[in-house]
Ligand binder design. Structure first.
Ligand code: MN
Length: 288
């Protein structure tokens, strides 16, 4: 048995995160958390053109905390600069990925890079939140900068897949994860059938970035996600030429999810503790 389509996830409205990131939350922990586990949230940054910014202050979002999960930022166009209270930081551009484990607590800021900001141009990104199992929610923060050059490219008939996390055929992704996860950046060049080897028992989602796919008689367009059954092995879909997909699979974490703003824990008490710890300065700050 192969996987089949459960639902098409979409968000009719976009919103701004700070003044730098115009996104649609295609799913979030405010919905059915079991259905999306181990993922928590996906902010899809529509293609957007930013004019050159000569103010000297790049657009973005200033210092804010996180606890209890990981943020994964995938840049398609433009550049994002990050700094955090744990000493992590750097600039990522097209093809690069930033994998930040907030764990016990981090304060960070996310801005357009100075160079991109001054020049302006197309901007497109995705930020995915990945849950941590209860036993790992309080691990020390960590920052993995995963550069385009480190991401293996696997070929299949009709296209290629950049393996960010997990495995695709013989290719292994560089991201270190706490639970079994696959993240593939798939580019289908020719119109045709695509068979993806998605593991049985994994929550499985296909984010359409450009082009179009059809699956079980339904068409799925850019800024939409096809969520598939957990049960079943693999899926076969039809893709238009020049279709770009982000394929996400992960083993569900069978634990309660209680999220509030930038914190995602297992109980309300842990959320209240997170607010208290942050307000009393335990997350630290970003060195000047
Ligand atoms: Mn953040």
């Amino acid at each position: 048995m192969t996987k089949s389509l459960v639902e098409i996830m979409r968000a009719p409205h976009s919103h701004w995160v700070g003044d730098g990131f115009r996104v649609r939350s295609l799913f979030s922990y405010q919905g059915d958390t079991a259905a999306i586990s181990p993922f928590l949230l996906l902010d899809y940054g529509d293609p957007h053109f930013f004019a050159p910014n000569t103010s000297g202050q790049p657009r973005g979002v200033g210092q804010h905390p996180h606890r209890g999960f990981e943020t994964v930022t995938i840049v398609y166009d433009g550049e994002v600069s990050h700094r955090d209270s744990h000493g992590g930081g750097g600039t990522i551009g097209p093809g690069d990925v930033q994998w930040m484990t907030a764990g016990a607590g981090v304060v960070h800021e996310e801005f357009h890079s100075k160079a991109y900001s001054e020049k302006g141009g197309p901007f497109r990104m995705i930020q995915l939140w990945v849950n941590l199992p209860a036993k790992d929610k309080m691990v020390p923060p960590r920052y993995q900068a995963i550069l385009n050059s480190e991401i293996p490219v696997a070929s299949y008939e009709g296209g290629t897949a950049r393996v960010i996390a997990g495995e695709f055929g013989d290719s292994k992704g560089p991201a270190s994860t706490y639970t079994p996860i696959n993240i593939w950046d798939v580019q289908q060049s020719a119109e045709g059938e695509v068979a993806l080897d998605l593991p049985d028992g994994h929550t499985s989602m296909i984010v359409v970035l450009s082009g179009q796919i059809s699956l079980d008689g339904q068409k799925i367009s850019p800024a939409q996600i096809a969520r598939l059954t957990v049960e079943g092995e693999g899926v076969t879909l039809n893709a238009a030429a020049d279709t770009r997909l982000l394929v996400l699979t992960g083993e569900p974490i069978p634990e309660p999810v209680v999220g509030h703003g930038p914190f995602v824990m297992n109980t309300r008490e842990e959320i209240m503790t997170a607010f208290r710890d942050f307000q009393s300065g335990q997350f630290g700050g970003i060195p000047e």
